[in-house]
Ligand binder design. Structure first.
Ligand code: CP
Ligand code: NVA
Length: 329
């Protein structure tokens, strides 16, 4: 069941609930909104320990099985969830688009009702965010969003964990995201709002982040001391930034728009000229896959300031922490 309104209510689960007050056990992770700042920080502490002492957690999810539903391609998400659950003593079942054909061969409701009898958790990568929400609503087991057209919450948590590894106090940093106002930008904005960070988003007119997400992120920021600014000026966004982040100009499913987008987004390329506006020790970040020569040049993504492969690795540690907390007995 989807955690409605007060998302803190745990899903009904088979078996006894552990005592001990608030817990992530049994919950979904469809949006960054689903976790409080305190819960995100707890996950980061667990992820750091998982990274430092992986062997201590070899039985953490002994015998638990995750269904991994993919309606879009993936390198990082598939590998990190698959390897992650196995490193925790569990296993996974990969379900390709051809196998399920969600909503066509079988309804989302029926998929939820089948899988909850067979596995202990579901990760889904799909197109419509409503599909992920619907799966979470109907499945009695935790559902994790592995990317929808609207959000990529696991990515954003891994990114902020990465920033925290490289930079000390998040609150004193200026983060900038340059490019498309897409799923990744949405989750970064919500995480920045939750954690009280300052994030400038620069997109071309017509490619801004969803106004509802901007409002949500700005509301969160007003409560946490953060700042969320949306602009069309990439140079203003990057000026004196501690982090410069970009993503592909055409997301999965937008391939037909790629040529048009290449022209529109050209001034938003992270190249030597734009990156020079950031602080001299600024990090370059990208969720990957990168389209080298489009949203970023080789000299920036291959520079010593690029932490793109640390972000990718940290997907593993952060998602292991998420799986442990959601799937624990
Ligand atoms: N960043 C990310 O989610 O990569 P994949 O599409 O390869 O999973
Ligand atoms: N915005 C990109 C992210 C890929 C990880 C997409 O949705 O294709």
């Amino acid at each position: 069941m989807r955690n409605s309104g007060s998302y803190r209510a745990s899903k009904p689960r088979r078996g006894p609930r552990k005592a001990g007050g608030k817990t992530l056990r049994g919950r979904d992770f469809v949006s960054v909104e689903d976790f409080s700042a305190t819960e995100i920080k707890q996950l980061f502490r667990l992820a750091a320990d998982l990274k430092a002492r992986p062997r201590m957690y070899r039985k953490a999810l002994d015998g638990k099985i995750m269904a991994l539903i993919f309606e879009k391609p993936s390198l990082r998400t598939r590998t990190t969830f698959d390897v992650g659950i196995k490193q925790l003593g569990g296993d996974s079942v990969y379900l390709s688009p051809a196998e399920i054909n969600l909503g066509k061969r079988e309804s989302v409701y029926d998929v939820a009702k089948n899988l909850e009898r067979m596995v202990q958790g579901i990760m889904i990568r799909t197109f419509g965010h409503d599909i992920c929400l619907s799966l979470a609503e109907h499945a009695s087991i935790p559902v994790i969003n592995g990317l929808t057209d609207y959000e990529h919450p696991c990515q954003a948590l891994a990114d902020f964990f990465t920033i925290a590894e490289y930079k000390k106090s998040l609150r004193k940093l200026k983060l900038s995201y340059v490019g498309d106002g897409n799923n990744v930008s949405h989750s970064l904005m919500l995480t920045a709002g939750k954690l009280g960070a300052t994030l400038f988003i620069a997109t071309p007119a017509g490619y801004k982040p969803d106004s509802k997400v901007v409002r949500q992120a700005q509301q969160l920021a007003s409560e946490t001391g953060g700042t969320i600014v949306v602009t069309e000026d990439p140079f203003a966004a990057v000026q004196d930034a501690d982090v410069v982040y970009t993503d592909t100009w055409a997301s999965m499913g937008q391939e037909a728009e790629a040529e048009t987008r290449r022209a529109v987004f050209r001034p938003y390329q992270v190249n030597r000229g734009l990156f020079a506006k950031a602080k001299t020790d600024a990090l370059f970040m990208h969720c990957l896959p990168a389209h080298r020569g489009e949203e970023v040049t080789d000299e920036i993504i291959d520079s010593a300031q690029s932490v793109v492969f640390s972000e990718a690795e940290n997907r593993l540690h952060v998602q292991k922490a998420i799986m442990i907390e959601l799937l624990r007995d």
